[in-house]
Design a binder for this molecule. Structure first.
Ligand code: ATP
Length: 334
């Protein structure tokens, strides 16, 4: 049985679309990344799954509990860890007190081990915590009762790179223990490190759902190479290279023997490293950066449309065509 299952799940805030027609499942032991830019509907989905918002359409179950059934969901929450995007922690008590309180409420199986790993300053009042320390405390609170499912809204926000890495490492280890994660983020690089599958949400619609491996193959890398002399885009139409542009800003190389003229070549690359490097080394390569493709470019690559709005419109159109009707959306309050 799927740990999370949604079927046509929608949430409107009056006339404003939070999410619409989400259908997906998260299997036991899976790390599912829910990826999307700001305002895409990630928090709305998470709060609906947690039962804090009621759906305006469709259905969802979490650990078998219908999200509209408060009693069933309350029982399921004993097995759920929740890490909200902005944990509303009591500011006037110490971290230690909050941990004791949560322990009394939901149980404490492993706070000692978690505190060693995440180290929030326990004897200070939470109101005096830095953003990162607040997040570390929230992580301890979310995991201390050893939940089977953890639902996290942008869990690494506010953490420094070292702590982010430590947290992602922890998620990987928890997955090995059979735990299930639903994890929102707007950073592709983060979700690809830990997730098995990714759902991409855009303007409230789920526009992609696939394995991380195939996503990585399709997204490619952004390559920026500075080469001595002049080159044409045609010279870089190698297999796996897309959207080659030549020119743009370059920093003249003072040490170059040919007077420092260089050309910046940029393109997205979906092939293997070896042929790429082999090709680049035919040139007088002066600088090279290979980075992850930004989310917007990933969208463009997926749909061949540079307009994200067009993607949403197309998804909406296709959905309506599949339903064979042009339904009026029913608006409802929270
Ligand atoms: N309480 C609310 N009342 C009205 N509209 C809302 C409310 N909360 C969210 N929305 C709208 O719902 C849409 C989805 O918002 P949501 O917060 O779920 O996005 P998100 O993907 O979590 O964004 P972010 O990454 O910025 O947190 C947005 O258009 C937002 O303006």
């Amino acid at each position: 049985m799927a740990v999370i299952e949604t079927d046509g799940l929608s949430k409107y805030y009056g006339d404003v679309r939070g999410v619409e027609d989400l259908t997906f499942g998260v299997e036991e032991g899976e790390v599912f990344g829910f990826l999307g830019p700001n305002g895409a509907g990630k928090t709305t989905t998470i709060r609906t799954l947690m039962g804090f918002l009621s759906p305006t359409g469709g259905s969802a179950t979490v650990l078998g509990a219908d999200v509209r059934d408060a009693g069933a969901l309350r029982a399921a929450r004993a097995r759920i860890g929740y890490l909200p995007s902005d944990p509303g922690l009591n500011e006037n008590v110490t971290g230690r007190r909050l941990i004791e309180y949560h322990g009394a409420l939901r149980g404490d199986v492993r706070s000692d081990e978690l505190l060693e790993l995440f180290e929030p300053p326990l004897d200070r009042k939470v109101g005096e915590y830095s953003r990162g320390n607040r997040q570390m405390l929230a992580i301890v609170l979310a995991f201390m009762h050893d939940p089977d499912l953890v639902i996290m809204d942008e869990p690494t926000s506010g953490l420094d790179p070292l702590k982010q890495e430590r947290f992602l490492e922890f998620v990987r280890a928890e997955r090995e223990r059979g735990k299930t994660f639903f994890f929102s983020s707007h950073i592709l690089g983060e979700v690809r490190k830990v997730c098995d599958r990714i759902g991409i949400v855009r303007d409230g619609f789920l526009v992609e759902l696939e394995d991380v491996e195939s996503l990585i193959d399709r997204t490619g890398k952004l390559v920026r190479a500075s080469v001595g002399g002049t080159v044409t885009p045609e010279e870089f139409t190698i297999e796996g290279a897309h959207d080659v542009t030549v020119g743009g800003e370059t920093t003249p190389d003072e040490t170059a023997t040919d007077g420092g003229e260089e050309t910046l070549v940029t393109f997205t690359y979906t092939g293997a490293y070896e042929p790429l490097l082999r090709h680049l080394l035919r040139y007088d390569l002066r600088d090279l950066a290979i980075e992850e493709a930004p989310l917007e470019e990933v969208f463009m690559r997926f749909y061949g449309e540079d307009d994200a709005e067009a993607v949403v419109e197309r998804v909406e159109r296709e959905r309506r065509a599949a339903e064979g009707e042009d339904t009026e959306l029913e608006a409802a309050d929270v």
